[in-house]
Structure formats: C-alpha cells, structure tokens
Design a binder for this molecule. Structure first.
Ligand SMILES: [Zn+2]
Length: 277
C-alpha cells in the first residue's frame, strides 16, 4: 500500500475496467485493467467512502462515469471489496440502447484498414497510431460541438461507411448497460448519479438547453428508480457551470481535469482526479 493513498483524501474518477486488455491503442482507451483495479482496491488500508463523506473531507471516494459494461463491472468489483462507489449515467444512452460516440469512434479506428481518409473536406493519413490519434481528435471535436444525438449518429454512420467498418459496434466493454443493470447496481449499494441526459458537451449548448439536459436526467432517475439525484458530473469533465444554482438542478457539479487541483474549485464545483493504479 502506498503511503500517499492513506494521506491523500479526494475524489477520483475512472471509466471502468477491461478484463483482457488489448494492445490496440484505441479499443480500450481510458479503461483500467481489471487485475490492476483489483490489486488497487485490495491494497487500500481504508476503503473508499461515500461521495458525500469525501466532500466533507472524510476519506477518499471512487466515481465512475458513463453507463457502460466497463463501469458496471468496476462498480460491482468495488462493492465486492467493500468500497463505496458512485456511477454517473446518461439516461438517453440507457433508454434508447445507444452506444457512446467515443466508443464507436475507438472501435472504428481500431478496425479500419484504410491508409488515408478524406472527411469533412480534410485528408488524414491513418498508417500509424499517431496519425490515427490526430484524426480522432479532429472527429471528436466535431462531435463534441454538436448537442444533437441524431446529428452525431448521422456523422458516425457516414464515417463508419467511409472507414469500411461495422457501424454500430463497440468493444464489449463499451456496450451500454440496461435499466435492469442499473437496478442490479442499486441493489448492490452503488450510488447512481447524473451525467446529463445524453453525453453532449455542456459547452455545445445554451444555458437553457443545458438546464433541460440536467433536469431531464434527474427526473428520469427519480421516475425510474426513485433516486433523488443532486450531483452532476459534466460530460468530458472539462466545463464549469456558467450559472449559479438556484433551482436545485444539482448541489454539486463535478469536473475531472488532471491539470487543476483536486478538490473544490468553486462553491459547488469539485474537480476529481483520474484514478491511476
Ligand atoms: Zn462521460
């Protein structure tokens, strides 16, 4: 056990685990190897506490973002070791059985056999990982700018066709969980909170639209599961609220920017660090 983990209290974020890590750079991007995750959980002297306790400085908390099989698995593993854990979900993806666009994009890049692609009037080489990463950044920015899920799906359809890959497939770990899965997590003591209705970037929409996104998700959590959510983790983790909270859309807004301090960066804004194990 590392000493700094005993002394360092804070809230950590991750995107779940993968049991068989791929050597491919894109397929399991941002996911932790299950073995490393288990070793980490097993090695902690003090268990992760509930996020509300961590906000009061009474220990460290573990959070997971996105309603995927990877997060589902990580949440159950954490509970099996006696840790508290919070999962931030997007009801749109669960309700409509839609994959997250970045998981589709990762799958595309790991499976395409093309050497070069022209997309949105720009030409990109795809021979090396570096070239693929450059292309990924370009596409991701375009998709981030759109708050509209059907527009994003359309762009991904065109892209999948151009790249010659299966369009609606993602790696198994990227599959979206079901409402039954959410019930199972709740039954195992996982806290479920709000990651926005869809995974649209808060910066891509007007303040009114953003309020709507947060509220719609909050209402869904209450209607479907009786959850009274008061925590919102911003999709992509790098935006802060442009409005002060008067109408109880959330009590805490979470970001995840490794280049800022871990902890409160505003009255209601808490910056998480990504979990590195
Ligand atoms: Zn997310």
């Amino acid at each position: 056990m590392k000493l700094d983990w005993v002394l360092k209290k804070g809230i950590y974020a991750c995107h779940g685990v993968v049991s068989e890590p791929s050597t491919d750079l894109f397929l399991h991007r941002n996911l932790i190897t299950e073995k490393d995750f288990v070793n980490h959980l097993d090695s902690l002297e003090y268990p992760y506490v509930d996020i509300n306790d961590a906000l009061l400085g009474r220990g460290s908390a573990l959070t997971l973002d996105d309603a995927t099989a990877a997060s589902f698995k990580a949440a159950l593993i954490a509970r099996s070791f006696g840790h508290e854990v919070t999962l931030f979900v997007n009801p749109y993806n669960i309700e409509f059985r839609r994959p997250y666009f970045f998981h589709q994009l990762n799958f595309f890049l790991s499976h395409t056999r093309l050497d070069v692609i022209t997309f949105m009037d720009r030409t990109f080489k795809l021979n090396t990982n570096k070239e693929k990463q450059r292309f990924r950044r370009f596409v991701k920015e375009i998709l981030r700018r759109s708050p509209d899920e059907s527009e994003k799906a359309e762009i991904l359809n065109v892209l999948g066709e151009s790249l010659g890959v299966e369009k609606n497939k993602v790696a198994d770990e990227g599959n979206t969980i079901t409402k039954n899965d959410v019930s199972e997590l709740l039954g195992k003591g996982v806290r479920i909170e709000n990651h926005g209705w869809s995974h649209a970037c808060p910066n891509s929409m007007t303040v009114d639209r953003l309020r709507e996104e947060i509220l719609k998700s909050k209402r869904w959590l209450e209607r479907e599961f009786g959850i009274k959510s008061n925590m919102y983790a911003a999709p992509f983790g790098d935006t802060v609220p442009k409005f002060f909270e008067r109408d109880h859309l959330f009590r805490f807004w979470f970001t995840s920017m490794d280049y800022l301090n871990q902890g409160f960066i505003g009255k209601q804004v808490y910056n998480r660090w990504n979990l590195e194990v």
